[in-house]
Design a protein around this ligand. Structure first.
Ligand SMILES: O=c1ccn([C@@H]2O[C@H](COP(=O)(O)O)[C@@H](O)[C@H]2O)c(=O)[nH]1
Length: 235
C-alpha cells in the first residue's frame, strides 16, 4: 500500500495546476492525464518534479506493439514514476511496452512502474456485455486482464476497489491495484460507476487510490486531501 493518495490533476492548463499545488506544504503524488498533457506537453512534468512531487503519467496507451514500445522508450526519459497502457491491447503489446520502458530508462535511474487498465471504473457490467460483447461478469473480465497483465511482467493494474481483493488473491500482494473511482461518503459519483470510499479501498486491499474531483472540486481542497489521507490511513 502507498501512503499517499494520488491526486488526479484534471485541470485545463498549468496555471490552475500551480495554483492548486501551491496550497500544499508537503510532497504529493499526482496524476497527469490526457487533458493536461495534451495542453502543456512534457514540460509540465519537469516543473512538477522540481517541486518534489511524484508523478503517475496516465496516458493509457493502446496501439500496435511496435508503436507502444517506441512511445514507452520516450516516456521513460521523462522521469515520471508510473505509466500505463490498456490491457485490452493484449499481451504482446504489454510486453513491448515493458521492453520500451526498460530500453528508454537512463542508466542509473529507476524504471517507471508500468500498469494496465482493466475495465474503466466508468463501465458497468451491463455496458461491458452490451457494447464490448464480453459475456462474463465484470469481475471475471477484470481478473482475466489482471492475469494477462501479470503474465506479461507488468507491475499491476488499474481496477476499481470492488475487484481489488480478488486480484490480490489471484495475483499476489505485491501486484499493484491502483484504484480510481474514489468518493468521500455521500459524494457525487459524476461519470464513475464503480466507486468506493478511501476507507473501503484500504479494507479491500487497493495498493494505491486515485482521487480527482473529491479533492480538486471541493470547497477546501487541502482539507479534503487530508480527510482522504486520514481515511485511507496514510501519512
Ligand atoms: O478506470 C479508470 C482509469 C483512470 N481513471 C482516471 O482517474 C481519475 C479519476 O477522477 P475522479 O474525478 O476522482 O473521478 C480521472 O483522471 C480518470 O481519468 C478513472 O477514473 N478510471
Amino acid at each position: 500500500m502507498t501512503d499517499k493518495p494520488i491526486i488526479a490533476l484534471d485541470f485545463p492548463g498549468e496555471e490552475d495546476v500551480f495554483t492548486f499545488l501551491e496550497q500544499y506544504n508537503e510532497a504529493l503524488y499526482v496524476k497527469i492525464g490526457l487533458e493536461l498533457f495534451l495542453q502543456e506537453g512534457s514540460s509540465i512534468i519537469k516543473k512538477i518534479k522540481d517541486l518534489g512531487h511524484e508523478i503517475f503519467l496516465d496516458l493509457k496507451l493502446h496501439d500496435i506493439p511496435n508503436t507502444v514500445k517506441s512511445a514507452m522508450r520516450g516516456l521513460a526519459r521523462l522521469g515520471v514514476d508510473m505509466v500505463n497502457v490498456h490491457a485490452a491491447g493484449g499481451s504482446e503489446m504489454m510486453k513491448a511496452a515493458l521492453e520500451g520502458l526498460q530500453e528508454g530508462t537512463p542508466v542509473g535511474k529507476k524504471r517507471p512502474l508500468l500498469i494496465a487498465v482493466t475495465q474503466l471504473t466508468s463501465t458497468t457490467e451491463e455496458e461491458m456485455q452490451k457494447e464490448q460483447k464480453i459475456m462474463t461478469t465484470l469481475e471475471e473480465s477484470v481478473l482475466n486482464y489482471a492475469l494477462l497483465t501479470k503474465d506479461a511482467g507488468l507491475d499491476g493494474v488499474v481496477c476499481s476497489v470492488l475487484e481489488a481483493k480478488a486480484i490480490e488473491e489471484a495475483c499476489g500482494k505485491e501486484f499493484l491495484k491502483v484504484t480510481p473511482g474514489i468518493r468521500l461518503e455521500g459524494g457525487e459519483a459524476h461519470d464513475q460507476k464503480r466507486i468506493a470510499t478511501p476507507a473501503v479501498a484500504r479494507e479491500k486491499r487497493s495498493t494505491h487510490i486515485v482521487v480527482g474531483r473529491a479533492i480538486t472540486q471541493s470547497v477546501n481542497t487541502v482539507e479534503s486531501y487530508h480527510t482522504v489521507l486520514e481515511q485511507w490511513g496514510g501519512q
